[in-house]
Design a protein around this ligand. Structure first.
Ligand SMILES: [Zn+2]
Length: 147
């Protein structure tokens, strides 16, 4: 089922962790609506501008989120967030494009090294759209960044 032209519900709920543990990672109607907004607001415009994007994690049921060590209040559990690895541009350039062109709640440079080689970019779309730009900090937590 396509949420937008280039994104399917299946790729936004796929989870190796859920498969490994036998967890059901099926979202409810509200989470599907939120995933659709995420695609419309961030993922599809970025895909059209920057080429294909790999979604390493989108929706996570609460037990899936716990199994991957996600934050207890993770936006992934509400269908607000996706972790993205762009295939044709750098992760930094993807993040900068979203920051400059999209309404968003958070863009987070996750792990790896900041700013050029994060492991992935977390993006989220919420009703509040705070436009926070953060990076993960060694040892835990997040810090605001200026680019
Ligand atoms: Zn994430």
């Amino acid at each position: 089922m396509n949420l937008t032209e280039h994104f399917t519900l299946e790729e936004l709920i796929a989870s190796q962790t859920a498969a490994r543990h036998g967890f059901d990672n099926t979202p409810g109607a509200q989470e599907v609506a939120s995933l659709t907004r995420l695609c419309e607001q961030i993922l599809e415009p970025a895909r059209l501008a920057l080429g294909p994007l790999h979604i390493s994690s989108g929706y996570r049921a609460p037990n899936v989120n716990a199994a991957v060590g996600g934050s207890k209040s993770s936006a992934h559990m509400k269908g607000f967030a996706a972790d993205v690895i762009p295939l044709q541009v750098s992760k930094r350039d993807f993040a900068l494009w979203v920051i400059r062109n999209c309404e968003f709640d958070q863009v987070i440079f996750e792990f790896g090294s900041f700013p050029d080689h994060p492991s992935w970019i977390h993006v989220s779309a919420e009703p509040r759209n705070r436009k926070e730009v953060l990076r993960t900090v060694k040892g835990g937590g997040y810090a605001p960044v200026n680019l």
